[in-house]
Design a protein around this ligand. Structure first.
Ligand SMILES: [Zn+2]
Length: 63
C-alpha cells in the first residue's frame, strides 16, 4: 500500500513529483496550461440527461 501513489499530470500525463507546489501538475507550466483550457471552456462536463423515458418501462402483465 502506497499512500503517495503516482499521480499523473492532467496536462501532459507525466508522473507528477510528490510535494510539488502545483500538485497534481508536474510543473507550473502545465498548471497554467490547464488553467488556460478551463478559461477557454475547453473542458466540457458531459451532462447526463435525466430523462424518465430512458428508464425501462414497468413490467406489463397483459396476457
Ligand atoms: Zn505536466
Amino acid at each position: 500500500m502506497t499512500p503517495l501513489s503516482t499521480v499523473r499530470c492532467p496536462t501532459c500525463n507525466a508522473a507528477s513529483p510528490p510535494g510539488t507546489k502545483v500538485f497534481p501538475f508536474c510543473s507550473p507550466r502545465c498548471h497554467m496550461a490547464d488553467l488556460g483550457r478551463w478559461l477557454n471552456e475547453d473542458y466540457r462536463i458531459p451532462a447526463e440527461p435525466a430523462d424518465p423515458s430512458e428508464l425501462p418501462p414497468p413490467e406489463s402483465d397483459d396476457r
